[in-house]
Write a protein that binds this ligand. Structure first.
Ligand SMILES: Nc1ncnc2c1ncn2[C@@H]1O[C@H](COP(=O)(O)OP(=O)(O)OP(=O)(O)O)[C@@H](O)[C@H]1O
Ligand SMILES: [Mg+2]
Length: 355
């Protein structure tokens, strides 16, 4: 899927902005506060139904306005069919429309317009809590395996029910939920473990191709003791879990560990730029799997590519995006001429408008 037209209204500094992006790399250039991240944010919001910015960045809706709206015209790579997707984010409600019909589920937005987001410091992905990496794996599986969402939803339901039963203080009520919990957990675990193994192998190949001067490996930790049955772990922790009202083992406690060749955590050993390259490689590996498994190309959003990356590494990332023939929006403070492939559009932004 590629965006052929993008229209944004009343989103942060942007009052009204329209562009017709190219099918490949697009550069969004401007000074600090010009609105570059806001353009990327608009594309993300129309693909996910929510912003990537933390609540501390304040409201997304432009001050004094009732709602932000984003509208995109899309072209399907395979069929050549055209689609229109729009969202309106008011203070209390999100309205989404695809080809004139209401869209009720955010998953339908993500299915229509898969976006990958690389913040100016994507390496924070390695430092933050495990839920960030679980979310990456789950979102990746959602995009790569079309029937993953029901498996994930079934597990989430069983977890919620078991936690509710724990809060009743009745062991028999908890026991009734053990079987659905274990079944859905093991199903999810098998899919995640296989997916992560394949993704990490691929990311290592992408990274090695850049000859970055370091090596990494990774492993998926499933959220309960190795060599132990989940049912036995639930029984072992029942008393503790009844006290807290929360199931303390299972796929909701899983983790993806990334290690350097000295078996030390990547976030503690690699330089900032090396960490950034690693996270970009993981995202490219995911894009490759989407393309290979489902013939779907994500739209890649990269904020401030130059931050922490030397020019040789910036070139490598740009070449890797070009080789995958994905559409990308790359925000930059500096003149991107040295990075730009011939013919790539450059949009200059000032005070939230195209200059
Ligand atoms: N709700 C809002 N209404 C109006 N303006 C806002 C709102 N939220 C943020 N802003 C302003 O929008 C601008 C932020 O734009 P944005 O983050 O897109 O800039 P940028 O070009 O990415 O800058 P940088 O290079 O510093 O990252 C800031 O000037 C900020 O004060
Ligand atoms: Mg910015």
């Amino acid at each position: 899927m590629r965006i052929t037209a993008l229209s944004i209204a009343d989103l942060r500094i942007i009052r009204h902005l329209e562009i017709e992006p190219g099918p490949g790399l697009n550069f969004i250039v401007g000074g600090n506060g010009a609105g570059k991240t806001s353009v990327l944010e608009a594309v993300y919001v129309v693909g996910r139904g929510h912003t990537f910015r933390h609540a501390s960045a304040g409201p997304m809706i432009r001050h004094g306005c009732d709602a932000s709206t984003v509208f995109v015209r899309l072209r399907d790579d395979d069929s050549g069919s055209e689609h229109q997707l729009g969202i309106r984010r008011a203070k209390a409600a999100l309205t989404c429309r695809l080809d004139g019909a209401d869209v009720r589920k955010r998953s339908a937005l993500a299915e229509t317009l898969p976006v990958q987001w690389l913040a100016s410091q994507p390496q924070l992905f390695l430092e933050r809590g495990p839920e960030w990496r679980r979310r990456f794996v789950d979102m990746g599986l959602f995009h790569v395996e079309h029937d993953y969402l029901p498996a994930y939803a079934a597990f989430a339901r069983a977890l919620k029910q078991r936690n509710a039963a724990l809060k009743t203080g009745e062991p028999a009520a908890v026991a009734a939920w053990d079987e659905p919990f274990v079944q859905t957990a093991e199903r999810l675990d098998r899919r995640r473990a296989a997916f992560v193994e394949c993704l990490l192998q691929h990311a290592v190949v992408v990274l090695d191709g850049w000859q970055p001067g370091f090596a990494v490996s990774g492993r998926y930790r499933r959220g309960w003791r190795e060599g132990s049955e989940l049912q036995a772990e639930l029984a072992r922790r029942l008393e503790l879990d009844m006290r807290t009202g929360f199931t303390s083992v299972g796929p909701h406690r899983a983790e993806v560990e990334l290690l350097t060749d000295s078996a030390a955590p990547a976030e503690k050993t690699l330089s900032r730029g090396q960490q950034k390259l690693l996270v970009i490689a993981l995202n490219l590996a995911l894009a490759d799997r989407m393309i290979a498994e489902r013939q779907r190309r994500p739209v890649v959003l990269i904020d401030d590519l130059a931050a922490e990356l030397d020019s040789a590494n910036q070139q490598k990332v740009v070449a890797a995006l070009g080789a995958r023939d994905v559409q990308a929006f790359i925000a930059s403070i500096a003149d991107p001429t040295a990075l730009c492939p011939p013919g790539a559009p450059v949009f200059h932004v000032e005070h939230g408008e195209i200059a």
